[in-house]
Every structure is written in structure tokens, then in C-alpha cells.
Design a protein. Sequence first.
Length: 182
Amino acid sequence: MWFLILINLMNLTKLKEFRVRKKLDKLLANEQNTTIDSQQKITSVGVLTSVDILESIDVKTQVQTALGVKNVQLYSYRTFSKKNEPSLEYFSEKDINLNGNFIQPNLQDFLEQPFDLMIGYFNEPNLYLETAMVKSKAFFKAGFSGVNNKLYQLEIASKPTQVKQFLQELKKYLQILKKLKN
């Protein structure tokens, strides 16, 4: 009996992933047609990352220091576990429904904020982080190359462990685009 329940849960998870992936693909197709190029300077930054990266790197402080921006907010993805305490700083696959919509109010608020820059600080494809990036209302999006070439307006070839190199490159291109002061 428990075996049948397990099979049903696995099928439900696969169905959810399929539907979320389908929704992401649809959003990415629409995103290319509705991208707004804002000429305003960057004063607010949002960062989407994974808990694995956060455990080894203080991304928020590094971004504040490198870009000279004080208003930096961070949200992280972590795989669901019953052991995890609910938090206002993390989301999991349980925080997205079958229609590809986030149901956690704090994450919804984070994604609705019109950040001047949203950084996708993850270098491996992740359905839930990619969906959050697409749903973000940020004016400009940047991240690592090799994740999904439709996600960002600026991609940087680097590794998450090379945070200073990534942020130096990001700063250089933002200055060229006149989004940051020299």
C-alpha cells in the first residue's frame, strides 16, 4: 500500500515539474517581447540564489561592497525538507503550485518589487530559481551564462565561487551601459 502512495507522489511531483516547466517556457517566450530597457541608475538590487551557494559565500555583503549599492535584498531556494523551519528568506518547490505560480506571500512581494537590478546568483539550471527570475519585476536582469540564455539581459561567464570576478565583470558592464557611476 505504501508503495502505491509513493508512486502516486512521484507521479504528482513529475506532473508538477512538467507543468511548471511548460509555464516557464511560455513566460520566457513572452519575456523577450516585453523586455523594458530602463535607463535609470541602479539603486536597488535583488538577488536570487540557492542555499548551497549562501552557505559558503556572503553574497549580499559582496554585492553591496562591489556595486556600492546599499539596498540589496536576497531570497534563496532550498530543497523542501520537513526538518527546515519556515523562513522569510527561503523558498522551496512546495511554494509553487501546479500552475507555476508562487504561493508564498513574502516571495511574491519580493518578486513584485521593481528592483533596478536582479542578479540570478546560480550557475546550474534550476526550474524554481529560473521561474522566480522570469516572474521578477526587475528592470534589468543579470546572471551566470550557461543557465538559460533567455533569462538575462546580461550573462557573465564565471563560477559562483569566484564572486569578486563575477561582480567586477558585472560592474564593468553596468558602467558601460551607464547604469552605475564610474
